[in-house]
Design a binder for this molecule. Structure first.
Ligand SMILES: [Zn+2]
Length: 199
């Protein structure tokens, strides 16, 4: 699988199929697909959906492996406040928020921009927040083999905000810890560092 793909290179056959189905959905909800404002909507929606689920075509471990460097640094590395946009697999509605990632190198570090990249790879699939957290955690743990890794995700779910319980301000927090972060002091240090200037 190619880690990098031109995002505009949509598979035309799939786009066609998805476009046809969006067209049916628009009709089924009582709209007129021939209305001027909606003429190109099925195609735009199909392309948007394929963009938002492009993570299936990407290999997060390969992205990490492409930017790993030998380095003796063995303190905690933290990237916090990574913007995150995903789709819940139950309603196919967005959930979005921030991811905070930390790891303690074990002889190897990874290019810092790769951590937001792998968040995108796993977020651009149909997800639940718990699995997304776990996917990111395990990918870093298995690929970089650090002394420890921690992932915290805070996200708001449109399926809760727009429908259902309509809890507009609720944020769901999930977290996962491996290695040294399973020790309470290390975990607390990380949690203190990521919460230091979070509103
Ligand atoms: Zn949902």
């Amino acid at each position: 699988m190619a880690p990098y793909q031109n995002l505009e290179e949509y598979n035309l056959e799939i786009t066609d199929e998805v476009r046809e189905r969006y067209s049916s959905i628009i009709e089924e909800i009582g709209e007129d697909v021939a209305r001027e404002g909606l003429l190109k909507t099925p195609e735009r929606a199909a392309k948007a959906m394929l963009f938002l689920t492009q993570g299936y075509q990407q290999d997060a471990a390969e992205i990490l492996r492409g930017a790993m460097f030998k380095e003796d640094y063995d303190d905690m590395v933290i990237v916090k406040g990574i913007e995150l946009y995903s789709l819940c697999e139950h309603h196919m509605l967005p959930f979005f928020g921030k991811a905070h990632i930390a790891y303690i190198p074990n002889g190897q570090i990874v290019g810092l921009s790769k951590l937001p990249r792998i968040v995108d790879v796993f977020a651009r699939r149909l997800q639940v927040q718990e699995r997304l957290t776990h996917d990111i955690l395990e990918c870093i743990n298995d690929t970089l083999k650090p002394k420890g890794v921690a992932v915290v995700i805070e996200a708001a779910h449109m399926c809760m905000m727009m429908r259902g319980v309509q809890k507009q301000n609720s944020v769901t927090t999930t977290s996962g810890f491996r290695g040294q972060f399973e020790k309470i002091e290390t975990r607390n240090e990380f949690l203190k560092l990521i919460s230091s200037d979070l509103a």
